[in-house]
Design a protein around this ligand. Structure first.
Ligand SMILES: [Zn+2]
Length: 371
């Protein structure tokens, strides 16, 4: 997760869609990043992305490889000004209606496996998407997701490879009786402030990873058979400017997949308030309202906040025209002070928060499987 506290007023005067990347910039290894809807883009090095933006909590999207004019247009559209898209023609329920089915599954959620998984994830020196550690962590996670999913042979687990870096994204799928898709997501890469720094990435975002993996474990063990297809997305390279999720959703857009909901979780293990926070910017307002209904029904009162441009992977779903929501462990002002440093350590994780998010995730998947 990165959040934009900085407003680039000097860049706010014009909207420019950069369609062709100059060969000299690319051959120099530079990347084009965008920090607001009105920012036409700035060429920076890979190292600067991490040390001058991510480490300073300035949100951005790496648009170097984005060629789709519709996506570029949405990346230049302010929050709340989204055009109406066909994929949003869904009407979400205004109350939770499947508690009888969801509650026994929600009660299966535990922190036992999440604690073990997060220990392994945080023991990698970092999970930077261009490092060998980041690739090793991706291999471990792929094998672990497969192992968890093996309880139900109907579940498929695939790697989604990326051409520009070695860390693949990972997608687990519980097939439904129809092809409409409900997605829960979390990025698994991490950074400690530079490409070579120690970056355990416990709250950001090992916590979100173990949350959706625990939900997959519960639903796989129960051989839960949904109406809608349920997918669990583990993204590479979020800290590099939402690269993994941008590629996955570009693929889904070109394949014209029908996505009913994308609920992204980035930071799920540090919550002084004890309340799930559902963010309201660069998301689909109708899905966000539904997400709040479900979170409230199963975990109690929620809070709200905004995290700015390019804050996490829900922005990639939005820019590809899919309804997205963002669920975080805390409001920004009281969220973990340790992210993007060596101090985002396992010892800072508050396990009641992880448990709360995992219960929410199971409940959301059961409820939304009927959308
Ligand atoms: Zn982050």
């Amino acid at each position: 997760m990165r959040f934009s506290a900085v407003v680039f007023s000097a860049l706010a005067s014009s909207v420019a869609l950069v369609s062709a990347a100059p060969a000299d910039k690319l051959s120099a290894g530079l990347r084009l990043i965008k920090t607001s809807p009105t920012d036409p883009g700035t060429w920076v090095t890979e190292e600067d992305k991490i040390s001058k933006y991510t480490a300073k909590n300035i949100g951005f999207v790496d648009i170097t490889d984005i060629k789709d004019p519709e996506v570029l247009a949405l990346l230049s559209t302010p929050s709340g000004k989204e055009v109406k898209l066909a994929s949003r023609a869904i009407t979400y329920p205004t109350s939770a209606t499947h508690q009888t089915q969801a509650n026994p599954l929600v009660s299966q959620v535990s922190t036992t496996n999440p604690q073990s998984w997060l220990t392994t994830l945080t023991n990698y020196y970092n999970r930077y998407y261009k490092s060998t550690y980041g690739t090793q962590a991706a291999t471990w996670l792929f094998n672990t997701v497969k192992s968890v999913a093996a309880a139900n042979p109907a579940i498929t687990v695939t790697q989604f490879t990326h051409s520009a870096f070695n860390q693949p994204s990972i997608i687990a799928k519980i097939p439904g009786t129809n092809s409409s898709i409900v997605i829960v997501s979390a990025h698994f890469d991490s950074t400690g402030g530079s490409s070579t720094a120690r970056g355990p990435g416990a709250d950001d975002n090992g916590s979100g990873v173990v949350v959706i993996l625990e939900a997959l474990r519960v639903l796989a063990n129960a051989k839960f058979a949904p109406k809608d297809t349920l997918e669990f997305h583990f993204y590479a390279a979020e800290e590099g400017g939402l690269l993994g999720s941008a590629a996955v959703f570009a693929n889904y857009k070109s394949a014209a997949k029908k996505v009913l909901a994308v609920v992204n979780q980035d930071m799920a293990g540090y919550s002084p308030s004890g309340k799930i926070s559902i963010y309201t910017d660069y998301v689909d307002s109708a899905l966000t309202a539904y997400t709040r209904v479900i979170a409230t029904a199963y975990t109690g009162t929620t809070t709200s906040d905004a995290c700015g441009y390019g804050c996490s992977d829900h922005a990639s779903a939005r820019s590809n025209g899919f309804p997205a929501a963002y669920v975080c462990d805390e409001k920004m002002a009281t969220s973990s002070p340790y992210i993007h440093t060596a101090n985002d350590a396992y010892s800072t994780i508050q396990w009641p928060a992880v448990l709360r998010h995992a219960k929410f995730t199971v409940a959301f998947l059961v409820e939304a499987s009927y959308l």
